[in-house]
Design a protein around this ligand. Structure first.
Ligand code: FAD
Ligand code: NAP
Length: 337
């Protein structure tokens, strides 16, 4: 297929919040050569290049200046295999959940708890995706890509990516400066299921320890029961990160809110942001076109609003949480502009 660079391109189907946005220019590149063609076009026209995957962790501005580039390559190759584990290199355009299912079918384990997370393989290292006590950082051996806008290739070992809770160098110092083209994962051939988080733990106690494929099915089942499908109710998943507060602040808060769930960490105590919002009686509350989901207070549903509407709702929620608990929530999906 010939590379097409389109102008005034609708991004409505490229963001799960369903924001009716337009890109000044848009291109979908399937190979490094096509990426280089796009970068040459951007340099020649003095355009900034902005990388978009599946749009499930962004708040899309109504108009995005520059060239929005989506890398669709989904090639997968085994780069090393031993009796105990396998290392695979996967194109950034591979759909994340399909990749998890592919690994399970091959008998390559570790990613089960991360089943059913929307988006692409290329975005997984960006926020170090995590769910049910597992983070993708523990399986990423290296990240490959090109620098923007010159197109020089780079390779970073997993340990050098600055991975932390929903964080990495790709969200910090390299933000807007690289396109991730491939991610290398090292997975185990030996099942080792992680069922410590409450819904999975409860299911394991009732049904016995699951196989990795069963565990993936449980995760899909739990997620479907409480998280809205973006195709039906446009959303970007959890809108805020779970805050980690100091032990001193926690001791004060727990006196006032004895039922507040809490999870001790090395650096303090993690509080579920969803509970903080829910406890204010805000579940199901609407701010114009934007609603707090009735089943999960951490999810904002967008009923046709713009980025301004979504961000205004988020600001009001943050303000209420700060006023009541003295805790500043940090937004997870970022403005794509
Ligand atoms: P996008 O939203 O397109 O991009 C996100 C960021 O990554 C942007 O800054 C973009 O510029 C950058 N980016 C994307 N691709 C590349 C690339 N190839 N190279 C360089 N930069 C790139 N997240 C979790 O961690 N855990 C969950 O359990 C979870 N559940 C979710 C449930 C729902 C219903 C939804 C809607 C979202 C959920 N998310 C979750 C958030 C989201 O799915 C993940 O962050 C996912 O990895 C985003 O992938 P994407 O391809 O849609 O990225
Ligand atoms: P939940 O079970 O209602 O729990 C609320 C929060 O409490 C979770 O986010 C989790 O934090 C924390 N938690 C629960 N059990 C814990 C334990 N044993 N130890 C430490 N922390 C614990 O969560 P949920 O909303 O249904 O989501 C389930 C999982 O999927 C969570 O891991 C969540 O992060 C992930 N998820 C993420 C997104 C996103 O967009 N980022 C969207 C949906 C779901 P952690 O977030 O630190 O795990």
């Amino acid at each position: 297929m010939v590379l097409k660079i389109e102008s005034s391109y609708s991004l409505l189907n490229f963001n799960t919040l369903g924001i009716d946005a337009v890109a000044e220019f848009f291109a979908q590149a399937a190979s490094i050569d096509e990426v280089k063609e796009c970068l040459a076009f951007a340099v020649a026209n003095q355009l900034l290049v902005k990388i978009l995957g599946g749009g499930s962790n962004v708040v899309m501005a109504s108009y995005v200046n520059g060239l929005v580039l989506n890398y669709s390559n989904a090639a997968l190759q085994v780069v090393n295999e031993t009796a105990t584990d396998v290392t695979i290199k996967v194109g950034a355009g591979y759909n994340w959940h399909e990749f998890v299912l592919f690994c399970l079918a091959k008998g390559w384990f570790g990613l089960e708890n991360l089943s059913f997370i929307p988006g692409t393989v290329g975005a997984a290292p960006v926020q170090n995706i995590g769910a049910y006590g597992v983070e993708v950082k523990d399986f990423i051996s290296s990240v490959h890509g090109v620098r923007l806008p010159d197109g020089d290739s780079f390779m970073m070992a997993g340990e050098s990516c600055g991975f932390a809770y929903r964080e990495s160098c790709f969200k910090q110092e390299l933000d807007g400066k690289v396109l991730i083209t491939d991610v290398e994962f090292t997975l185990s051939k030996k099942p080792c299921v992680q069922v410590a988080y409450s819904p999975l733990d409860k299911m394991a106690r009732e049904r016995g320890l699951p196989t990795p494929s069963e565990l993936s099915g449980w995760v899909v089942q739990v997620r479907k029961s409480k998280l809205p499908d973006p195709n039906e109710l446009p959303n970007a998943g959890s809108f805020f990160k779970n805050p980690v507060i100091s032990d001193e602040q926690f001791q004060e808060l727990i006196k006032r809110f004895p039922k507040m769930p809490n999870y001790p960490q090395e650096s303090g105590v993690k509080l579920p942001a969803g509970w903080l919002i829910d406890n204010l009686g805000m579940k199901g509350h609407s701010f114009g076109l934007v609603q707090i989901h009735a089943l999960q207070a951490l999810v904002l549903i967008n009923n046709g609003g713009s980025s301004e509407d979504v961000l205004a709702a988020a600001s009001m929620i943050k303000e209420s949480v700060l006023k009541t608990y003295g805790v500043l929530l940090e937004q997870e999906p970022r403005l794509f502009c």
